[in-house]
Design a binder for this molecule. Sequence first.
Ligand code: ARG
Length: 565
Amino acid sequence: MINFKEKVSDALSAVIEELSKEEIDNLVETPPSFDMGDYAFPVFRLAKTYKKAPNLIAEDIKEKLGDNEYFEKIENAGPYVNFFVNKEKLLETVYKDIEDKGEMYGSSDMGKGKNVIVEFSSPNIAKPMHIGHIRSTVIGNALYHIFKHLGYNTIAINHLGDYGTQFGMLIAAYKLWGDREAIEKNPIDELLDLYVRYNKLQELDPAARDTARDWFKKLEQGDEEATEIWTWMKQLSIVEFEKVYDMLGIKYDSYKGEAFYSDKMPAVIEEIKEKNIGKMDDGAYIVDLKPYNLTPLIIVKSNGTTTYATRDIAAARYRKKTYDFYKNIYVVASEQNLHFQQWKQVLKLMGDEWADDCIHVNFGLISLKDGALSTRQGRVLKLEDVLNKAIEKTRDIIEKRNPNLENKDEVAKMVGTGAIVFQELFNQRIKDYVFDWDKTLSFEGETGPYAQYTYARCKSLIDKNGGFDPSKVDFDLVKDEAYEILKYVYDLPRTIVMAMEKYEAFYITRNIIDIAKAFNKYYAANQIITDDEKLTNSRLAIVDITQKAIKVGMNLIGVQTPDRM
Ligand code: ARG
């Protein structure tokens, strides 16, 4: 695609000797509104050398620039030189690029040869995935696709919470009361019940605590029976989790959870001790992190057990060795900020400078507006139930709006789950957010269904006409009326890079909404299928560009797009 910003810098550097092209490029801005042009160059930096008032400098530069084929207009306004892109060229370049690349629009090979790990979701096994897990799951999946689109070799890891004394309890409880068949039928609920029941038993009978501890020890030592039971519970949990991941179209390359690092921790602990990084403290082995303004990190507890943090250190090491990653991304709630700062600091003290390539992508809290969402039994709200409820509600809406739609169930699934994902990715991740059913499922405003609906509208317009004929497209007819859509579609590739750099999928979500809004405005003002063949084909080309761009964006954020809805 034509890089208009670079054309601006090219033109400017030909007439400004005092600044390098790179300096100029860094100064070029995007004006706050379309009527001020597509690019603006502020001249303040030149005031000293030119010893002239900024508005006169701007006037001067404008004069020197003369005509430029890439810009239909270059103006000076106060201390700025404003550039208005040649709309025909804009349309031409966007059209050509998106028709060529289709779903690969905005892709690049900038990540070629670089391995990027995205660790996301990472629930604890034998427990339900609840609404709180939606954020990591959805943000992580989007980042995975974004990095992949930019040519990185991406690896999706689910760092399951499958380690800890509670598994000793679960095994002990299973040995006491376990019903294999019942558990296999309804694993998570049954295992949760076992866990709760055993907890109560422990309160009454301290011996039960010892039994659980023994089982955990056996598990750690690789005892056959303990391992068999634990592996079985883990397998059952993954099957349950995958129901949710399937609904969201998520696939993992690895389910290596915490337990996998069990036999890799001794070497880490050994090394920390050898390098004299830590010290004994009340029977525990800790690393003092005061010089870094952090609280101490416990490596081995006073009872001899390892910690969550030690496993993270071992895991990071293993990943570096296995994948030689360029980046190792952890999509984990900001509640764990300290934890990540601590173990990364310890890695650095161990001499692993690449610890800085371990990126904690954090996010704020989710809460629920609709009281009805919290279950009466005080149990957590299961993610699967939330998704199913969204699908159900969407099914009702479809029944009202479009009762004759084919494969309503399929569409309800895409729109219901898509609505939740879209809303989740609509704001900066660090912000807390309140989950609101009405807002999420609305077909109006800035929602997933709105974007999907726009996509489906485009698709059906093209189909209604039996496709369109690219040889009968005349850009001149539509370049002005479709300008706003084109601007946003042109922005998308850059937005994708920004989303990658800042680990913020919401830039893409917003770009999709901008495109959809611009299109709906266009659609309201212009009849697409007319008696004029050329005009119809040209307008359908715009429809096609819109449809393709929305699809690219939606793929990246992990939302499906039904052709009809
Ligand atoms: N299982 C943990 C939890 O549910 C999240 C794991 C995050 N990942 C990590 N590498 N520490 O809170």
